[in-house]
Write a new protein. Structure first.
Length: 202
């Protein structure tokens, strides 16, 4: 059976960590004057009706105020005051902050994804709880969560478990896409330089 009704779709960008390996908030890394958060947000124009950035609250201090003001022009910014609780807690904060009946979950260290990948996932005719992209058999991100998963995050007491372990209880559908950027992770300055061939700017 396939879905027939149009879904209200959300976007949850996970940026609740400390960016310790990068030494700089990943959400505020810039390429051609645009932050990672803004780059990802723009990818979902016309796809996501609600856009949430879950940000570590230490990056809401005065020294980062000009960046938080910028990103709030395009999305709702939710502060994670308990980043030690891992990505599952950031995801729960995002899920409880939107009314969408399904949502993309996008990691902040993956700003270059082709829109074609999102379109393929968005149009997938699936009743699975989670839709994931694959490239040459290797799974990646972003993932598209169903209402069942979002409601579980919203209404149940989720313990601090690894995200993959939490997702293991739900049904999945894997959709092959023609982009290895679904496995991109920009975690260090070396990764940033390698992908963008540019220096970090404040």
């Amino acid at each position: 059976m396939t879905r027939s009704k149009k879904h209200n779709t959300g976007l949850i960008i996970l940026a609740g960590g400390f960016s310790s390996r990068m030494g700089y908030p990943k959400a505020f890394l810039q390429v051609n004057g645009q932050t990672f958060a803004e780059m990802i947000c723009a990818l979902y124009d016309g796809i996501a009706d609600e856009k949430i950035l879950v940000l570590n609250n230490v990056f809401c201090e005065e020294k980062w105020a000009h960046f938080t003001k910028r990103v709030r022009n395009n999305m709702i910014c939710i502060m994670n005051s308990e980043p030690e609780r891992d990505r599952i807690y950031s995801l729960k904060l995002g899920a409880t902050s939107i009314s969408a009946d399904r949502a993309f979950v996008h990691n902040i260290d993956q700003p270059q994804l082709p829109r074609a990948v999102l379109s393929i996932l968005n149009s997938a005719k699936s009743d699975a709880d989670i839709v994931l992209p694959t490239n040459k058999g290797k799974a990646g991100h972003p993932v598209l969560l169903s209402k069942r998963v979002l409601d579980d995050l919203r209404f149940n007491n989720i313990t601090s478990v690894p995200l993959n372990e939490y997702f293991s209880q739900f049904s999945k559908e894997y959709v092959e896409v023609n982009s290895d950027l679904i496995c991109q992770n920009i975690n260090t300055l070396e990764d940033f330089d390698r992908h963008f061939h540019t220096e970090l700017t404040n």
